[in-house]
Write a protein that binds this ligand. Structure first.
Ligand code: PGA
Length: 242
């Protein structure tokens, strides 16, 4: 399996800026063939990014979806609409949704189920806060997120991509060390009896990418801030094996 490099643009880039960014990125890194790149722009940029990516090896993902396919859910987006634009992936349970938008493990579970049903690959995000880590609760929190998030779909874990993103490392410049990340990845893997894919996320940048990807526990990365800078993201995509 190829390493996965996913860029989550969060609430950045209007459609004009999005076109510019993804075109530049393709110029710089569109030639890679031994890694899978997933671009995750805001909803409003999905049409334009889909158009630019057509015929390239880069894949498209979305940042969230609702668990229902349609209905009276004002302001929400159906996974079916994401598929319409060619999305193959969707972030589920990103920490900004858990902590700012109060998304619960139960909601995340419903979204993971729907994504499986409609054929979107979930990038299921989990991770502890700084306080939880300090209190020695990292494993307890991860276990709860896994157990509740995956309720009734435990047999489908090989169809889901996991992303370990310690909350204290997201957007803070404080990356988990490759060893810290590996330790939690190992713990997550231990919970299942089949092989799973686990990305690391949290202040990944051009400087730390090579050492993170040198860890055999790390199957790829989920990049926020650094994915908005085409030169830096291209360098991340083209990480060098140690
Ligand atoms: P960051 O964000 O790379 O800016 O820390 C990562 C993420 O939120 O997925």
């Amino acid at each position: 399996m190829n390493p996965i490099i996913a860029g989550n643009w969060k609430m950045n880039k209007d459609p004009v800026e999005s076109r510019e960014l993804v075109e530049k990125l393709l110029q710089l890194a569109g030639d890679v063939s031994d890694r899978d790149v997933i671009i995750i722009p805001p909803f409003t940029s999905l049409p334009v990014v889909a158009e630019v990516l057509r015929g390239t090896r880069f894949k498209l993902g979305a940042q969230n979806m609702h668990w229902e396919r349609s209905g009276a859910f004002t302001g929400e987006i159906s996974g079916l609409f994401l598929k319409f634009y060619g999305c193959e992936y969707v972030l589920i349970g990103h920490s900004e949704r858990r902590h700012i938008m109060d998304e619960t493990d139960e909601m995340i579970n419903k979204k993971l189920k729907t994504a499986l049903e409609i054929g979107l690959i979930s990038i299921f995000c989990l991770g502890e806060t700084e306080k939880e880590r300090e209190q020695g609760k990292t494993e307890e929190v991860i276990l709860r997120q896994l157990k509740q998030g995956l309720q009734d779909i435990e047999n489908d874990v090989h169809k889901i991509i996991f992303a370990y993103e310690p909350v204290w490392a997201i957007g803070t410049g404080k990356t988990a060390t490759p060893e810290q990340a590996s330790e939690v990845h190992k713990f997550i893997r231990k919970q299942f009896n089949k092989p799973i894919t686990i990305l690391y996320g949290g202040s990944v940048n051009a400087k730390n990418i090579d050492s993170l990807m040198a860890e055999k526990e790390i199957d790829g990365v989920l990049v926020g801030g650094a994915s908005l800078k085409p030169e830096e993201f291209a360098r991340i995509i083209k990480f060098q094996h140690g």
